[in-house]
Design a protein around this ligand. Structure first.
Ligand code: PLP
Ligand code: ZN
Length: 414
């Protein structure tokens, strides 16, 4: 569905779709796309979506900002429609009545970020753009490179040299042009914008390009279809735990819920909880202070994907959480690491940023912020294969023995 207009999420100014490409011309704030279905919900028939056999984000094509780009037999058509688990053991451990985990590691490049990159590539196909540049802590770039490869586009990725090697390996094998900066993600971000201005390349940056949120909203739409619709309509009080760095995943999921509310397909907004690492808590700080702006921090956490000095979508995420009646909280690196093998026991292998969301649920229960009777969903945003070093830090090493039964007995104490 074509975008009707863009509205700045900060100052509220509206723009015609062809007036802007990235951010608000008045204040630099991030733009929300708006559609005619918000004022005329009968334009879209939900039963068509519910009947769709398309097991990807493209089942929501009528609600998306760019048309389905095709490439049906490529990873572009394998993005989204990720599985939902209800791990009984974890539910019991936490004393929760209802727990869902959405496993985003099942996306083609093994993280949530494929959703945004798929929409950006769809926009590039629509607009005839060939080169897309992105700054990334690793996952957004890997997703961009994977989606660009699927559609025959050129991706150019700038990432910090400290990104986990698996993420850099993905970038390189997907055929992106890769440059690593001897600096932070924030510096890579600024450099990528400078480069796109200089060379005219299309910029996919998180919290800059409005199509990223439009891709990420598909997770909100799936949560509606896979979870909310299955709940008792009288008690549809779902709380969604989301790991937060820039705040763009959170803003995207919330945009999906906002679209559903405008369509009248849900009655209330699910509550959203943003989980930040203690060492990278710029948005949490603003939430706690009741502030209207997000000040940078000097980020330091094992969860590299949510290690951000200045969140690029912080204000919008802050407002979305407030609108939903939710809150922000922080978790320590120790809590994040502990959550990795806990999720492992439910058959999930997650990277630290994804583990942070689960650690956030645990912390919320402990602090009395979340009642065990309230249904909770945890968004597990990335695969443990992305950062094997962190996973190895979270578990005891396996014993190495001589290959004899005697030594095996000793090692296993049997
Ligand atoms: C696995 C994972 N989880 C969470 C996040 C945080 O998303 P955002 O920076 O949009 O808040 C990222 C971002 O890179 C990520 O890759
Ligand atoms: Zn503005």
């Amino acid at each position: 569905m074509p975008i009707s207009y863009f509205k700045c999420s900060v100052c509220g100014q509206s723009f015609e779709p062809d007036q802007v490409v990235y951010t608000c011309l008045a204040c630099g704030g991030n733009l929300d796309a708006h559609f005619s279905f918000e004022t005329n919900p009968s334009e879209i028939d939900p039963s068509e979506i519910l009947r769709s056999s398309e097991a990807s984000i493209w089942r929501y094509a009528p609600l998306l900002a760019a048309p389905d780009p095709g490439f049906k037999h490529s990873p572009l058509h394998q993005v989204g429609w990720t599985p939902i688990y209800q791990p009984d053991a974890l539910k019991k451990d936490l004393g929760l009545k209802d727990l869902w985990i959405k496993d985003e590691s099942r996306n083609p490049s093994a993280s949530f970020k494929d959703r945004a990159s798929a929409l950006v590539v769809a926009r590039a196909v629509e607009a005839g753009i060939d080169t897309i540049i992105a700054a990334s802590t690793g996952n957004a770039g890997a997703a961009m490179a994977c989606m660009a490869a699927s559609a025959g586009k050129q991706a150019l990725i700038i990432a910090p040299r400290s990104a986990p090697p698996a993420k850099i390996a993905q970038l390189l094998t997907f055929g992106a042009r890769v440059v690593l900066v001897d600096g932070t993600y924030d510096q890579a971000f600024d450099l990528s914008i400078e480069a796109s201005r200089e060379f005219g390349w299309y910029n996919r940056n998180t919290g800059y390009n409005p199509y990223t949120v439009e891709g990420k909203k598909t997770a909100g739409l799936e949560i509606w279809e896979q979870v909310i619709r299955t709940m008792d309509p009288k008690t549809q009080n779902l709380t969604v735990f989301i790991p937060v760095g820039d705040g763009n995943i959170l803003s995207g999921v919330a945009k999906g819920f906002a679209d559903l509310l405008a369509l009248d397909w849900i009655d209330t907004l699910p509550r959203i909880v943003g989980v930040q690492a203690e060492g990278s808590a710029a948005i949490y700080n603003a939430f706690k202070a009741g502030a209207e702006r997000v000040d940078p921090v000097s980020a330091q956490t094992i969860a590299d994907s949510i290690s951000v000095d200045l969140p690029r979508d912080g204000l919008r995420a802050l407002n979305r959480v407030r609108q939903s009646g939710g809150y922000f909280l922080t978790v320590s690196d120790e809590e994040i690491l502990r959550a990795i093998p806990t999720l492992g026991k439910a058959g999930l292998f997650v990277e630290p940023a994804a583990a942070a969301a689960f650690a956030g649920l645990k912390a919320a229960l402990k602090q009395g912020l979340h009642h065990p009777d309230e249904p909770a969903l945890v968004l597990c945003t990335g695969s443990g294969l992305k950062d094997v070093r962190a996973a190895m830090q979270a578990v005891e090493p396996a014993p190495v023995i001589e290959p004899t039964l005697k030594k095996l007995k000793e090692a296993l104490h049997v």
